[in-house]
Design a protein around this ligand. Structure first.
Ligand code: GLU
Length: 543
């Protein structure tokens, strides 16, 4: 077979040769030890937490080594393209501070010399390499219907093209030049498939940086490289793009691990050497029955990065939570360094935890409470406002107008050795503090305590004093005394029958009248912020 002739027949009007392309992608000039990583999502309009997890590792490996982190949009599967999807990806990345060094915005700017950063714009590049492989007898055209629109991840169908297993039944592997010419004359569409050397038995030793050496059966699939719309499959594009664009570490989901032998064979066929790989484990969660299940985009809202955005999860907290899932020593480090910047953590993207990451929202909430408790009230206000601008438009005017008051509300119990830890997402703020912005309507008071409650409030009107915390509490005690409540806790514990309750009971009554709840942050701070007039009105409701 004259392979060069075959290549010319299949690709008569390629724009570039491989040599021309390679000139445009010189080797990156990097400091020793610097890594180049990329985040390579499909623009589906959805960013899975697992994808973000990989991006976080990518970013840290690149930035901590003085390297480059770039964004490549894998949009060759056009049925899945959703307009504006890459803007969503970019927004999420930048929102979390994972801004790529190189990227392209559709219809806008391109930053970086290794683009185009959209795969559909690289079609001519893939065609050049496909032609080269055909000219070397390493790939062949396939006219089978089955290759039409074949999705590269549908391995089952691809298996039908395995060498050794289906070779004689494979209608395309051994077509003659004449047969091919005839098909082309008839305008039959073709895909390009790899002519695999695998025998289905031999083994190959491959390497994953996090998992170590892995022995796998060498590839024996004549996998599709270009689909019959001449767009590349993931496998082919991975080899070409990551080589030309200078990726040195590929961080990707574990679902790609079984394709590693195929990638090895494609890289070899192209004369490329493979980058380092880190296959990130899939993220699981426990379902109601206590079974471990994959965090799924269809079933679990928390699989979607936009969930955190909408709910107002603090970005720093989400990052801390994910780093904690990747590097198990994070928690100890954070305990020892409660105020340190996240960037000070010796993050090691190459040493990701061997355990299956289990997503646990309760844990995220706890981390988030800690993170937010360390913020100043001003920082909280800024974050709250930024969240509201995107997700809670009805609250924006008011937040802007009452900035000072809202900041003070956020400051209740904050600047203390043990600051309050109850906010874990910004959307909670309005419910949590509803009583600071309007009179409560529900009161947590048991039926049988109602008359004591009302008696106490009636009496308290005479004792209200907000001039200082001490004066306030002295008066609460005086009133407790007057109504037969204990002010000496020791005595109360020894002789509870002597009293109606103790001073804590009285405080609870006041708290319920003011906030509607039995639990709240510092009552004196709340009452001071509300002001005497408002406090009196709330008390008078019952007295
Ligand atoms: N587009 C592929 C995916 O979303 C990228 C995998 C990779 O990072 O290589 O799974």
């Amino acid at each position: 077979m004259d392979y060069q002739k075959l290549a010319d027949l299949l690709f008569p009007d390629n724009k570039y040769t491989v040599e021309e392309i390679e000139k445009k992608y010189p080797k990156r000039q990097l400091e020793k030890g610097a890594y180049v990583t990329r985040f390579a999502p499909s623009p589906t309009g959805f960013m899975h937490l697992g994808g973000f997890f990989s991006a976080l590792i990518d970013f840290n490996i690149a930035k901590r080594s003085g390297g480059v982190f770039y964004l490549r949009i894998e949009d060759t599967d056009q049925k899945r393209e959703i307009s504006g999807a890459s803007a969503v990806i970019m927004n999420i990345l930048t929102g979390y501070g994972l801004t790529p060094d190189e990227y392209e915005l559709k219809g806008g700017v391109t930053v970086g010399d290794y683009g185009p950063y959209y795969q559909t714009e690289r079609k001519e590049i893939y065609k050049a390499y496909a032609k080269k492989l055909v000219s070397e007898g390493k790939a062949f055209p396939c006219f089978c219907k089955k290759t039409e629109g074949l999705n590269d991840v549908k391995k089952k169908r691809e298996k039908k093209f395995s060498v050794g297993i289906n070779e004689d039944k494979d209608p395309c592997r051994n077509l003659t030049l004449e047969q091919i010419e005839k098909n082309l004359k008839e305008k039959k569409k073709f895909a390009i498939r790899l002519r695999s050397n695998g025998d289905g038995v031999s083994k190959v030793k491959l390497y994953d940086t996090a998992k170590g050496e892995i022995e796998m059966t060498a590839n024996c699939i004549d996998a599709i490289l270009l689909k019959n719309d001449l767009m590349p499959t993931y496998h082919f594009a991975h080899a070409i793009d990551d080589t030309l664009m200078g990726t040195t570490v590929v961080v990707r989901g574990e679902e790609w691990l079984p394709s590693l032998p195929l990638h090895y064979e494609i890289f070899n066929a192209l004369g490329f050497s493979q980058p380092k790989y880190i296959h990130t484990p899939l993220i699981y969660k426990f379902n109601e029955k206590g079974n471990k299940i994959k965090l799924s985009k269809r079933k679990h809202p928390e699989a979607d990065m936009r969930f955190y955005e909408k709910e107002g999860y603090d970005k720093q907290a989400v990052m801390e939570y994910l780093i904690n899932l990747i590097n198990s020593n994070f928690e100890n480090w954070r305990r020892a360094n409660p105020t340190a910047e996240l960037s000070e953590f010796p993050f090691n993207g190459f040493k990701i935890t061997a355990n299956t990451p289990i997503f646990d929202i309760v844990k995220l909430n706890d981390i988030s409470k800690d993170v937010i408790s360390r913020y100043s009230a001003e920082k909280c206000y800024e974050e709250l406002l930024a969240w509201a601008r995107e997700n809670s438009a009805e609250n924006v005017d008011y937040l802007v107008k009452d900035r000072e008051y809202v900041t003070k509300v956020l400051n209740i119990d904050r600047e203390k050795p043990k600051p309050r830890k109850d906010i874990y997402k910004w959307s909670m703020f309005f419910d949590l503090f509803d009583y600071m912005f309007g009179k409560p309507h529900n009161f947590e008071i048991e039926e049988n305590k109602k008359s004591d409650f009302e008696d106490a409030l009636r009496e308290y009107k005479k004792y209200l004093n907000l001039s200082s915390k001490d004066a306030w509490f002295e008066n609460v005690k005086k009133m407790a005394n007057a109504l037969g409540y204990a002010t000496d806790n020791k005595d109360y514990k020894q002789n509870p029958e002597k009293y109606k309750g103790n001073v804590a009971t009285v405080c609870e009554y006041i708290r319920v009248a003011i906030t509607g709840r039995k639990n709240s942050p510092d009552l004196f701070e709340i009452m001071t912020l509300l002001g005497e007039k408002e406090v009196l009105e709330r008390i008078s409701e019952f007295a």
